[in-house]
Design a protein around this ligand. Structure first.
Ligand SMILES: Nc1nc2c(c(=O)[nH]1)N[C@H]1C(S)=C(S)[C@@H](COP(=O)(O)OP(=O)(O)OC[C@H]3O[C@@H](n4cnc5c(=O)[nH]c(N)nc54)[C@H](O)[C@@H]3O)O[C@H]1N2
Ligand SMILES: Nc1nc2c(c(=O)[nH]1)N[C@H]1C(S)=C(S)[C@@H](COP(=O)(O)OP(=O)(O)OC[C@H]3O[C@@H](n4cnc5c(=O)[nH]c(N)nc54)[C@H](O)[C@@H]3O)O[C@H]1N2
Ligand code: SF4
Ligand SMILES: [Mo]
Length: 688
């Protein structure tokens, strides 16, 4: 007899699709979208359909493993008892040797969006002063930009895009990365809205747009300043909004006057006539909205560029109105959440410190670049929901960093690139194997993961692992951790939802199996035009920025350019069949896309004597990769792209070619700058 369970995809994807899982005799036979989901309306992506393969993947780790030497591949199966006892003893020994747990650190992000997985932060936060890694790899530069401009990070509900007459999709590729959003974009288009895409690459989203502008990567700030200049010149600004609700407009206007459109055109690669065309569209069609993608903040000027793009909405009064605003990201949905929801704020948010321990030692997103200077050193690292070896810049350096740390524990479902550098790998259950809840960071829908099948092998959820470790620590050294030992997952979730239920219109989180619920937030932010900045207004000029040694006005930071030795920019873009480093091994998906590939313009191929299908060596000072060439007219000749989560022909990680470079902003809200991933230049040569 088949039984159906309610589930939700826990990948770090804005959609957080609700799923229906059919189970026969304890085995999943089918996973499909839940038609009751108001945002997705029952549609899921190819990865969603492949979740069953992910659950039963031969690559899953099902037992605790211990590696003889990091990277040796010499694994030994051990019991949970042995794993917990040995790991617990390491922590006790560190405490004895150093008189504190400062040599202990934890690296966690959104590999799973499940709420209970945030108990990992709970346990490590309970250990007293440790070394905390602040900053996140994803949205920090843009987050700072929003907080400087508006005082808080808010966004409209995604469905509000339907009410827009003009949608600027600026540095995002929703057709691949936020697929359901296309329904609302097409809905607006059907009603006569114009869709504009600004991207260095002619993406699948661009292919469905009305106008596409190809921009040179990282020059979005210049473009937005050029547009601002034309808006002022042509009297297309909203004086009522500027006079009543903004701060620093005179200073910003003076700055805008100095902008040279010839410079804007040569920097962005967009002809002056097209600058006028775009400015006139944005200045005359209302309401106009901008989908500001994280793509624009993966360069050295990412934060300031986001501030300048925001300022276009302020200039034209497109703030606080339906169909207007800027869609970026938000954590508002967690404002009423209990302890664990708060911890779920993107890992590394500064506020966490006051909730946990102010004596923590703080390292930033570049933590692995200066381990040898630390006193006390890092002796212990716990990694969960994170794959830094594959996803952070300079994979070789992270591997080295892992080797210098005495004990590395990775909790994961697979032997990820990072897990391969661990001393202990702890098997984590898939979301179908334990009860949990996810709240979407994009549409704020809350959805339950019912336990559909028993845990595979000896796998456990992160929450159970934390409980197990806390119990052992209690036996080994009572008081070392204050993590509560009582209460099962149900009790913890109930406690968590006590403060969220009202906003969701439920009385118990298990009701989420019966009907969808959403955190109750306004569809349109800033309707009251009350901005929680120092001036109480939208700030073009920010004293807070100056306090953090950033330019008070939104002014772009200089960009590095390609060199004679490395003339091509390598951009690692997202693929529809991978989710960051996940899903890469799933055959069903690999049949859809013939990875790995290096995409380039045919002119680039001709210049480098490369034909379709040839093997190219892609190299720079960081290393080299071998990738089969494929031609595409979708990208300019000075950019080559490859897909995230893929490896080259020798199983080398793509991020090997990236050196660590910071973005300009990120430190104010998340405590550390973001990462300038797209600042990577390479050369190419045909393999012999
Ligand atoms: N299928 C799939 N979906 C995903 C993910 C995935 O890995 N796979 N990852 C999830 C995560 S973690 C995130 S953060 C989101 C990201 O979602 P997106 O923002 O849509 O994805 P990105 O690949 O970061 O970049 C989007 C676009 O920005 C463009 N871009 C790059 N640099 C610049 C620039 O300087 N200026 C401009 N104007 N455009 C630029 C790229 O060409 C790309 O088309 O997607 C989420 N969804
Ligand atoms: N070159 C380049 N690199 C980038 C980017 C880029 O644009 N270009 N984008 C960056 C961005 S936006 C992001 S968000 C990061 C993402 O980087 P990460 O967060 O490191 O990557 P993920 O692949 O999403 O997830 C990490 C791991 O979580 C594991 N996992 C899944 N479920 C669970 C669970 O329940 N418990 C535990 N313990 N583990 C689980 C997965 O198996 C996976 O190995 O990558 C960044 N890296
Ligand atoms: S990866 Fe995203 S779109 Fe695909 S099923 Fe999961 S949440 Fe839905
Ligand atoms: Mo991300």
């Amino acid at each position: 007899m088949s039984q159906t369970y309610c589930n939700v995809c826990t990948a770090d994807c804005p959609a957080s699709c609700r799923l229906l899982t059919d189970v026969v005799d304890g085995r999943i036979i089918n996973i499909k979208g839940d038609p009751r989901d108001p945002y997705t309306q029952g549609k899921i992506c190819a990865k969603g359909y492949a979740l069953k393969e992910l659950v039963y993947s031969p690559y899953r780790v099902l037992y605790p493993l211990k590696q003889q030497r990091k990277g040796s591949g010499n694994w030994q199966r051990i019991s949970w008892k042995q794993a917990f006892t040995e790991i617990g003893n390491k922590l006790v020994e560190i405490d004895q040797e150093y008189g504190s747990l400062l040599p202990v650190s934890m690296n966690k992000f959104l590999g799973t969006t499940g709420l209970l997985s945030q108990s990992v932060e709970g346990l490590f936060g309970s250990l007293g002063p440790i070394t905390t890694l602040l900053g996140n790899p994803c949205v920090s530069a843009g987050t700072d930009a929003f907080i400087l401009n508006y005082g808080a990070l808010k966004k409209p509900l995604p469905e509000d895009m339907k009410n827009s007459r003009l949608i600027l999709i600026w540095g995002a590729n929703p057709a691949w990365t936020t697929i359901h959003q296309m329904r609302y974009i097409f809905g607006a288009q059907d009603e006569g809205a114009m869709i504009v895409v600004i991207d260095p690459i002619f993406t699948s989203t661009a292919a469905r747009s009305d106008i596409y502008y190809r921009i040179r990567p990282g020059t979005d700030g210049d473009l937005a300043l050029g547009l601002a200049k034309i808006l002022v010149e042509e009297h297309l600004v909203d004086h009522e909004f500027l006079n009543n609700f903004t701060f620093g407009w005179p200073e910003y206007r003076n700055y805008i006057e100095t902008v040279d459109l010839n410079h804007v055109s040569s920097s962005t690669g967009i002809p002056i006539t097209e600058l006028y065309e775009l400015a006139r569209l944005y200045g005359t069609i209302k309401p106009a909205t901008i989908r500001l993608g994280p793509g624009i903040q993966r360069g050295p000027s990412g934060g300031q560029n986001a501030r300048i793009i925001d300022s276009l909405a302020a200039l034209t009064g497109n703030i606080g109105i339906s169909g207007g605003n800027v869609h970026y990201t938000s954590y508002e949905q967690l404002q009423h959440a209990g302890k664990y929801g708060k911890l779920r704020l993107p890992y590394g948010v500064r506020q966490r410190l006051s909730e946990n321990n102010t004596d923590n030692r703080i390292l930033g997103t570049d933590w692995y670049t200066h381990l040898d200077t630390l006193d006390p050193p890092i002796k212990f690292l716990w990694v969960a929901g994170r794959n830094p070896v594959a996803q952070d810049p300079d994979s070789a350096q992270i591997i080295q960093a892992m080797k210098t740390i005495d004990t590395v524990v990775v909790a994961d479902q697979t032997l990820s690139a990072t897990a391969q550098m661990a001393d202990y790998v702890l098997p984590v259950s898939s979301p179908f194997e334990f009860e949990d809840v996810v709240i979407s960071l994009w549409h704020y829908g809350a959805a339950i993961n019912q336990q559909a099948i028993p845990p595979l092998g000896e796998s456990k959820s992160d929450f159970e692992i934390m409980h197990g470790l806390a119990s052992v620590l209690h036996q080994l050294k009572p008081g070392l951790s204050s993590f509560p030992l009582h209460g099962d997952a149900r009790a913890w979730l109930t406690q968590e939802f006590a403060s969220l239920n009202d906003s969701l219109g439920i009385t118990d989180y298990r009701e989420l199996a019966h009907h969808p619920a959403r955190v109750n937030l306004p569809a349109v932010p800033w309707q009251d035009r009350q901005f929680p900045t120092a001036s109480g207004r939208y700030e073009f000029f920010s004293h807070t920025a100056a306090l953090h040694r950033a330019p008070p006005l939104p002014i772009p930071v200089d960009q590095p350019v390609s060199s004679y030795s490395y003339p091509f920019r390598l951009m690692v873009v997202r693929s529809p069949i991978t989710l960051n480093s996940q899903f890469y091994t799933i055959d069903l998906l690999r049949r859809l896309e013939n990875a790995p590939l290096l995409l380039m313009h045919p002119d680039t191929g001709r210049q480098k004597n490369l034909a379709e299908g040839d093997l190219a060596k892609v190299y720079n000072e960081m290393g080299e990769l071998e990738l089969p060439v494929s031609f595409s007219l979708s990208l300019p000749p000075d950019i080559v792209i490859t897909y995230m989560g893929m490896e080259d022909m020798n199983n080398k990680l793509i991020n090997t070619l990236l050196s660590f470079e910071s973005t300009d902003l990120g430190q104010i809200f998340s405590g550390s700058p973001g990462i300038a991933y797209n600042n990577c230049f390479v050369n190419l040569v045909k393999m012999g």
